[in-house]
Design a binder for this molecule. Sequence first.
Ligand code: KG4
Ligand code: ZN
Length: 347
Amino acid sequence: MTRILGIETSCDETSAAVLSGSDDNVQQDSLVILSQDVHRVFGGVVPEIASRAHLTSIVPVVERAVEEAKTSLDDIDAIAVTHTPGLVGALLVGVSYGKALAFSRDIPLLGIHHMEGHLFAAALEHKDAVPPFTALLISGGHTLLLDVEAWGRYRLLGATRDDAAGEAFDKVAKLLGLPYPGGRYVEQLAREGDSHRFHFGRPMLRKNAVPGDKDYYDFSFSGLKTAVLNAVRASRDLESDKADIARGFQDSLIETLVEKTHRAANAFSRERVVLGGGVACNRTLADAMRARLAPDGITVFTPTPRLATDNAAMIARAGFFRFERGERAGLDLNAYASCPIPGLVAA
Ligand code: KG4
Ligand code: ZN
């Protein structure tokens, strides 16, 4: 049995987790997530404040994760730490701390790609959320549509050309006067909205598109955001229109995500679809995805909110895969703002 400590500090969550097991049989012994609420007053993450907050909390967060797993640092076999993509100053805290710990304990270190972590999150709770599957990763910074033939073999089918799905939710939330991060408030508000009042276009969703077209799998949400801005400006009574605007926005975004995922799952004859990233918390999206894919016999797996948003359990889980493949990072491991997901195969 292997026991891995995962560390995640790529954005505004300081998180540590302990997982134990082997192969796809891995159990989560602990997960501690400390969310930096301080950014709320700024309406977005302030990088330098995030780095400093990680520095203050990394030691107690790791200690707590080890304690909750009822183990000790002496019994940890390897350390998996997010080293890309994210805010470099924030990543450096986790990377430096992970390195120091690995060096002092003389145990292996693994540098994990944050988006590969999101890919593994559903597998922590659903034993069938394993390849082959179609993956839709939707977070605050990324929107990726992948075909996952096997762990470590990823075909990138589509990505956003401008704003990420979560970013679009957050920007629309701001326009509607909702708190940051706004995804869940937009979803809540949209529930009360009328779907017939505001019809926004479906970005990159041409009905006559065929596989091979450049926009067949790609996404674009900045035009949708501008359409919402125009609707907000044109509104004479925003207070009474805002639920309908939220509904119109969310309907458009969801239909695009669902249709592109449907295209990908069918093109590769996949029977499973795995969602990951903070926007995967959106129940309306998960329901729409299931309704669209069930007739084709496709099962949709979504992580619970705690595992869909940033957390170290998913990093430790991806670490397990890389550890068992014999991969090791050197003490020269660095942090990068962006980097392609490892294991990409040609599209
Ligand atoms: O994966 P994540 O925790 O952080 C990044 O790696 O970016 O994703 C955060 C994003 C935010 O944009 C947030 O608004 C969005 O996930 N989000 C949601 C919901 N819950 C969180 N978006 C839509 N509906 C939700 N229920
Ligand atoms: Zn994330």
